[in-house]
Design a protein around this ligand. Structure first.
Ligand SMILES: C[C@H](N[C@H](C(=O)O)[C@@H]1CCCN1C(=O)[C@@H](N)CC(=O)O)C(=O)N1CCC[C@H]1C(=O)O
Ligand SMILES: [Zn+2]
Length: 632
């Protein structure tokens, strides 16, 4: 009788839980829709009232999450055998800072983040006494296209003075409030630990460090080659004996990807170098067409076309007459129909890649749209970024660019010079990024841990930038600057390790999709365009959303037998670049190039040892003690 009773009891508990979760889903969808709409209205029209409305709705969202977490905690999970239901209930209860009872402080967090995002998005960097320009498109165009050392330096410094420096006072409070909110529930030691918990792995921090160490030799070879090429253009005097490269001459405002300077550093410059931006303009590409080209790629592999609301409601160009957050992003309005991109799109190659990236996010949104709301996310945040990027590995192949009329002659498989040029171009985009993708959250995690105090924010930033990227600031930096704030994701409060994870995972997936698609030839020349089998395999993973631990999602794509491949692996990336690795090693050796740089000394980063209060008192005490001793 007891067994019967307990069985029927657990059955009713299970039914009750399912009923609760259905109700939750409907309520959540409604709140999230309005909250997303309120955020959208702010991001596409920065005013005091759109800021207020967004903050009000983010508070409503937190309140809803808080109430439902309490409701869900009423279920005794040990009585529920259904793994799926317990996973959903746990997600209802895992609400981060929304568990914090002090709603005034939660509001303050939202307001500070919005204010920092507004400073970033409305900043105009002055390149001389009379000219001040926005980041997009003006300063970005200068940093990408100028080859004048001093003009680049002015844009680099101007941007940092107008953005990061202006939010320096806000960030310490932002950190303090986030840590206070996240430690309220006593589940996480600091905000960084909460962010890392999204990867559902105790060893995550070590795993990414190992991956970085595996990839560092490739980066150092690329760094050495690029440094030598840039030395010839800009002159020896700009390259210190420490081995660092000036941060502002790498074709990108943050030196995070170097494809902007391909023309300056290409291995075989006399080979026809594909200037895709020029080709786009020559072919009369316009913004809408750029989105149609990207949509065409996804449809060609059996994925999803953009729904009507996408074209109706997206913001695809920078509007006149109002301030917007230009930094591109993809939006899921949680109702299965409304998905948008917000991008100040201009007709350039880099922008075309970003269009594919943002639409890649939309493909993931569409694939998991029928799942419970709690599962509508990437298997982990890095998967969402990897999915966004994966088609760029096919789209940029010479074969594909030729197919869509952006490249005339395709370097043949045995055209080593053409092949190396292409691989080098991909390395400037994907390998150069690795230390940057890794270090942003090394800085942020050290700040959340309290290891890096506000008076040393900028010093720690440049320690990491000099150490991992081997670059140095062209203008002397002090702790009065706040260079982390000059990168969108810091004021935007968006974690960054996801991009490092993505840049590793996307090569694992590319390899698997090229195999399942039976696409012959070397990995770096594989194009999954029009390959339904490859698209179907990818779609199987997309449809899982966040319903299962991400190792299972990895296995869904790699379909491997050995359990090891549920993990992140650097091997496919190294395999993809293997011909280039050999070429770079040989070339650097022939030129007696010394790889690497002095990781402990960074030019122009001379921070006065800021004596913190405690150390002043200690040193005073020491002096007084010594004097007393001498007198006695
Ligand atoms: C240009 C791109 N914008 C982000 C992205 O698309 O990831 C935006 C802003 C922050 C999150 N985001 C989203 O759109 C999310 N809603 C996606 C999601 O749903 O998870 C970006 O910041 N990138 C691209 C490569 C490296 C990095 C950079 O430029 O440094
Ligand atoms: Zn993304």
């Amino acid at each position: 009788v007891l067994i019967l009773v307990s069985a029927s009891l657990s059955q009713t508990v299970l039914e009750e839980a399912k009923e609760y979760l259905d109700k939750y889903d409907k309520l959540a969808a409604d709140i999230y829709y309005h909250s997303s709409e309120a955020s959208w209205n702010y991001y596409t029209n920065i005013t005091d009232e759109t800021l207020k409305n967004m903050t009000d709705w983010s508070l409503k969202e937190s309140e809803f999450a808080n109430i439902e977490a309490k409701n869900a905690s009423g279920f005794n999970l040990s009585q529920i055998q259904d793994q799926n239901i317990t996973r959903l209930l746990k997600k209802v209860m895992d609400i981060g800072i929304s568990a914090f009872s002090d709603t005034a402080k939660l509001r303050k967090i939202s307001e500070i983040q919005a204010e920092m995002t507004s400073i970033y998005s409305t900043a105009e960097g002055c390149i001389n006494a009379t000219t001040c320009l926005p980041l997009e498109p003006d300063l970005t165009d200068i940093i990408t296209n100028s080859r004048d050392y001093d003009e680049l330096k002015a844009a680099w410094k101007g941007w940092r003075d107008a953005s990061g420096k202006k939010m320096k006072q806000l960030y310490p409070q932002f950190v303090e409030l986030l840590n206070e909110a996240i430690t309220f529930e006593k589940k996480y030691k600091d905000m960084g630990e909460y962010y890392r918990s999204w990867y559902e792995s105790e060893t995550f921090e070590n795993d990414v460090r190992h991956l970085f160490d595996e990839l560092a030799p490739l980066y150092e070879n690329l760094h050495a080659y690029v440094r030598r090429k840039l030395r010839t253009h800009y002159g020896e005097d700009k390259f210190p004996s420490t081995g660092h490269i000036p941060a502002h001459i790498l074709g990108n405002m943050w030196a995070q990807q170097w494809n902007g300077i391909y023309d300056l550093v290409a291995p075989y410059p006399n080979k026809q170098s594909a200037d895709i931006t020029e080709a786009m303009i020559a072919k009369n590409y316009n913004v809408t067409y750029m989105y149609q080209v990207a949509e065409d790629f996804f449809k060609s592999i059996g994925l999803y076309e953009m729904p009507p609301l996408f074209w109706e409601k997206s913001m695809l160009v920078k509007p006149n007459g109002r301030e917007v957050v230009c930094h591109a992003s993809a939006w899921d309005f949680s109702n299965g129909r409304d998905f948008r991109i917000k991008q100040c799109t201009s007709v350039t190659e880099d922008q075309l890649l970003t269009v594919h990236h943002e639409m890649g996010h939309i493909e993931y949104f569409l694939a998991y749209a029928d799942l419970p709301l709690l599962y509508r996310g990437g298997a982990n945040p890095g998967f969402h970024e990897g999915v966004a990027d994966i088609v760029t590995l096919s789209f940029q192949t010479p074969e594909h660019l030729n197919k869509i009329g952006l490249l005339d002659d395709v370097p043949g498989q045995n055209d080593t010079e053409g092949d190396i040029n292409f691989l080098f171009r991909m390395a400037l985009e994907k390998v150069a990024f690795l230390p940057f993708g890794y270090l942003i959250d090394q800085w942020r995690w050290s700040v959340f841990r309290g290891e890096t105090k506000p008076e040393r924010y900028n010093e720690k930033w440049w320690d990491l930038r000099c150490d991992f990227q081997g670059i140095y600031p062209p203008v002397e930096r002090t702790n009065d600057d706040f260079d982390p704030g000059a990168k969108y994701h810091i004021p935007g409060g968006v974690p960054y390790i996801r991009y490092f994870v993505s840049f590793v995972a996307q090569f694992q997936w590319h390899k698997a999709l090229c195999q399942v698609g039976n696409i012959p030839g070397p990995l770096h020349r594989c194009d999954i365009y029009n390959n339904i089998a490859a698209g179907a395999r990818l779609n199987e993973m997309l449809k899982m959303g966040a319903s299962r631990p991400w190792g299972e999602a990895m296995l869904k794509i790699t379909n491997a037998t050995d359990g090891e491949t549920t993990k992140l692996s650097a091997l496919p990336l190294l395999e993809y670049f293997d011909p280039l690795i050999k070429w770079l090693e040989k070339n650097n050796k022939e030129n007696n190039e010394i790889l690497g740089w002095d990781k402990k000394n960074c030019p122009n980063v001379l921070f006065l040892p800021v004596l913190s209060g405690s150390s002043i008192i200690k040193s005073m005490g020491f002096i007084i003690g010594a004097m007393l001793f001498l007198c006695s």
